[in-house]
Ligand binder design. Structure first.
Ligand code: SAH
Ligand code: SF4
Length: 374
């Protein structure tokens, strides 16, 4: 009989490490030590864990590994944005993007290689779905960013949220739909929040969804963090064209799920993302309709100027139209900000992420909307 494959400790949250230590006959505090070594000190070799006895280190080395995805591309934009291409198996690679600002630094992570949901304006969606990332591949993006950036900048920028860290915020706005991969996303979220790992506050970790309602309910129960919902249209007819999952979960159900989420959310509002597409969803009448919808949920709007990619068939709304749209929302008493486009020179802006998804069975593997499970 062949031996069981090694466990990748990188993706294990406190519970999973606790179970592993118990199985090895070790005290619970060992789990905490392991977590600190892996996530706070960036260890990947058990031999470095000097306060863990030799015998235990040998046992761990025999049945576990600490393995992050390999970095196969690394590009920097003049605005400081950095994008890594990470190999997640033989055929696929995904992107992670680091966006430094004056008083925070945000890491945008991917949750799947490709995406099954096929939003009309999204380059990830155009590639189809290849596979879910494992929790180690998701948290591995943060682990790598801290290691790679920390090694280069031993003196930290003042004002970044927590001393010694290069990432103060995480957003699940890279490739994939996080709420269709919750089994792996939840342990990664728990590690982001764990004080013995990254210690990020729930308010600084944002999951973005195209509106997978059962996933919103599950996230609310198991690990409520800040939530962004990709709305993109004020009515079902238009939203179905842009975000096909709307056929399964129409706007009325989506808004009800937002209100349920707010009962447990760390912030008292949902962020609605709204991509600005020239002549498609950007009229003043659409802004007024959106304001009427928004009256039903405590929310803020984030308008995203569309980022073009080859063959998309859409154009970005002109700046005056975006400004007018925002003004209509503000007059209705809503908060509306316009996202600054960062990293476009290296194709790192929202919706430009393409990774290297090899999916020869794209059509077959696109999940029928009736089969969506969170
Ligand atoms: N699947 C999730 C999260 C990843 S996409 C979701 O859809 O919310 C992150 C954000 O980028 C979403 O709001 C998405 O609608 C937006 N986006 C996708 N393609 C884009 C493009 N070409 N230009 C601007 N924003 C885009
Ligand atoms: Fe998937 Fe989000 Fe892109 Fe839609 S916008 S195809 S849900 S990644």
């Amino acid at each position: 009989m062949s031996a069981a494959p090694p466990v990748n400790l990188l993706g294990c949250d406190a519970q999973a490490l606790g179970r592993l230590c118990a199985a090895l006959g070790e005290k619970p505090f060992r789990a905490r030590q392991l977590m600190q070594w892996i996530h706070q000190r960036g260890a990947r070799d058990f031999a470095d864990m000097t306060d863990i006895g030799k015998a235990l280190r040998a046992k761990l080395a025999a049945q576990a590994v600490i393995e992050a995805p390999a970095v196969v591309g690394d590009s920097s934009s003049p605005d400081g944005t950095r994008k890594w291409l990470l190999k997640v198996d033989g055929a696929n690679a995904v992107d992670a993007v680091w966006i430094p600002e004056a008083n925070r630094a945000t890491l945008c992570v991917s949750s799947q290689a490709g995406c099954a949901l096929d939003c009309a304006f999204c380059s990830t969606g155009k590639q189809g779905f290849s596979r879910n990332l494992a929790s180690a591949e998701i948290i591995g993006q943060l682990w790598l960013a801290e290691r790679l950036l920390g090694a280069q900048a031993p003196r930290r920028t003042a004002g970044r949220a927590r001393q010694g860290r290069q990432v103060s915020n995480v957003v699940f706005m890279g490739m994939g739909e996080p709420l269709l991969n919750l089994d792996q996303v939840i342990p990664a979220l728990r590690l982001m929040l764990d004080d013995h790992a990254y210690g990020l506050s729930r308010r600084r970790v944002t999951v973005s969804t195209s509106g997978v309602v059962p996933g919103m309910d599950r996230l609310r129960e198991e690990c409520p963090v800040a939530l962004a919902v990709s709305l993109h249209a004020p009515d079902d007819a238009l939203r179905e064209r842009l975000v096909p999952v709307n056929r399964r979960y129409p706007i009325r159900e989506l808004l009800a799920a937002c209100n349920r989420y707010l009962e447990r959310a760390p912030r008292d509002f949902i962020t609605f993302e709204y991509v600005m597409l020239d002549g498609v969803n950007d009229s003043a009448a659409e802004a007024r309709a959106l304001a009427r919808l928004a009256a039903r949920v405590r929310c803020k709007f984030n308008l995203i100027p569309f980022n073009a990619f080859a063959g998309s068939g859409f154009r970005r709304s002109p700046p005056e139209r975006i400004a007018r749209f925002a003004e209509v929302l503000r007059r209705a008493g809503l908060t509306a900000t316009t996202r600054k486009t960062r990293g476009a020179e290296i194709d790192a802006a929202c919706g430009q992420l393409a990774g290297e998804v090899q999916d020869r069975t794209r059509r077959r593997r696109r999940i029928p909307l009736t089969e969506l499970r969170a």
